[in-house]
Design a binder for this molecule. Structure first.
Ligand code: IMP
Length: 431
């Protein structure tokens, strides 16, 4: 039995979907524990590209239990559409394999309207959210006024809670955001019908996981976004509204920390970010454009172009420390092929001093200048079949240098979007 948490070590979009899909083969259960449909996990299967927003990436393997924990915020319309699309592609044939925590909070239409309205009001100072209502729904959860999945299964409870919420939200929408208020009845009708379609999936995920552990199942916890979008450890306020770090798996799925065997961090071979906020190694030049083109760096959820830059080992070290990462998977290494040289940021220079950690002050972080080390790239075609030692020496040297800087091994190297284009040096569920 092994319980493994997978988290992003940068600003999301590290390629977690591919790694989770790869590891899910050897797990029995895959669990999402935070975030919502702001996430977009892209998985390429031969000629097919599947983008998952809410359903755990394990669904693409037959017979895996897929659990949506209470730390996730669920937009039921989006979830049902995703289920429909998965069925159309021939997946999701067994309804019994999806479990949704009854305590997961629901995204309602006013959350989306508030998210979009606020960003409009912020203008140039906007966060650059995905507009999916993520911040507003987590606000309601913390304010103890949120509506949970279980409420949707009891008509009178849902009506009462919606009525109270809508009164307040409509006041805010109308008078603060100058947006149209929303009507009560269409939301009731639509959501009660969603509730009926989703009722069969309701569960107590903590109990389900406890029972699975007792059976000796391998469990994979699939993080969304990344360390620097964490609401406590990220570049606040340019963050998302959940705990994307490993601790979020325990609170978001009801599992004690002593049950976790390994945290695996996913790290892209360079860095990207969507939305606003500081990014010390950003390349606002031809090279940045090249990385975007070569790496197809466009948001899986919003289609927005991602900002691109060099790998930042200061961020990576901090992610290793805060998450307790014991193993790394490095993705998109192929994108660095053919460059004149590859840079890694090993520390920052800030106000005349060398800095080895990421400051909490955004102002200080904005003043940080990367201190780079440069390494050669490789030009030859890369094949995964021969394993790590058959890769070009410049590539393996890059990986080894990242291991030194991060202080943990790089156990998986991804060299393309397809499942086959991967070198696995150690599989946490097998070794
Ligand atoms: P929100 O999560 O929609 O509130 O957006 C807050 C910030 O997190 C914005 O900068 C988004 O671009 C970013 N963000 C949210 N989800 C993802 C993701 O899955 N990948 C990358 N960035 C994300």
């Amino acid at each position: 039995m092994a319980n493994v948490i997978v988290v992003g070590t940068q600003w999301g979009d590290e390629g977690k979907g591919k790694v989770v899909d790869l590891l899910a083969k050897d797990a029995q259960v895959v669990v999402r524990f935070q975030g919502g449909n702001n996430a977009g996990h892209t998985i390429v299967l031969k000629d097919r590209k599947v983008i998952l927003h809410l359903v755990p990436s394990g669904i693409l393997h037959p017979g895996k239990k897929c659990i949506i924990g209470r730390g996730v915020v669920v937009d039921p319309g989006v979830l049902l559409e995703e289920i429909r699309q998965l069925r159309e592609l021939g997946y999701f044939t067994l309804d019994t394999l999806l479990y949704i925590s009854e305590a997961a909070h629901l995204i309602l239409p006013y959350h989306r309207e508030i998210d979009i309205g606020r960003e409009r009001l912020l203008g140039k100072g906007k966060i650059g959210t995905t507009g999916r209502g993520i911040g507003p729904v987590y606000e309601d959860k913390a304010a103890r006024s949120g509506i949970r999945f279980v409420d949707l299964l009891e008509e009178s409870v849902f009506r009462d809670k919606l009525k109270a919420n809508l009164e307040e939200k409509n006041f805010y929408l109308k008078h603060r955001l100058r947006a149209e208020p929303l009507e009560f009845q269409p939301i009731v009708d639509q959501y009660l019908s969603f509730g009926e379609e989703l009722r069969a999936f309701a569960c107590d995920e903590s109990l389900t996981l406890y029972e699975e552990m007792a059976k000796g199942s391998h469990i994979l916890f699939e993080g969304a976004q990344g360390m620097f979008l964490d609401q406590d450890f990220g570049t606040y306020p340019y963050v998302t509204s959940s705990n994307t770090t490993a601790g979020g798996a325990c609170t978001g799925a009801g599992v004690g920390p002593t049950k976790i065997d390994l945290v695996m961090g996913i790290c892209k071979a360079y860095t990207t970010r969507v939305g606003a906020g500081p990014f010390p190694t950003e390349l606002e030049d031809e090279l940045g454009l090249h990385l975007r083109q070569r790496g197809s760096e466009y948001g899986a959820t919003t289609g927005r172009p991602r900002r691109c830059g060099w790998l930042d080992a200061v961020l990576l070290r901090q992610a290793v420390r805060v998450n307790g990462i014991g193993s790394l998977a490095m993705t998109k290494v192929d994108v660095l092929q053919g460059l004149d040289g590859i840079k890694i940021c090993v520390a920052y220079e800030c106000d005349g001093k060398r800095l080895e950690t990421v400051p909490d002050s955004l102002l200080r972080l904005t003043r940080c200048r990367p201190i780079y080390e440069e390494m050669p790239s490789w030009n030859q075609e890369v094949h995964c079949k021969g394993g790590f030692d058959s890769l070009p020496p410049q590539l393996t040297n890059y990986v080894r240098r990242v291991e030194e800087l991060a202080g943990v091994p790089v156990d998986i190297i991804s060299l393309g979007a397809d499942r086959e284009e991967t070198v696995v040096r150690r599989n946490p569920f097998i070794s």
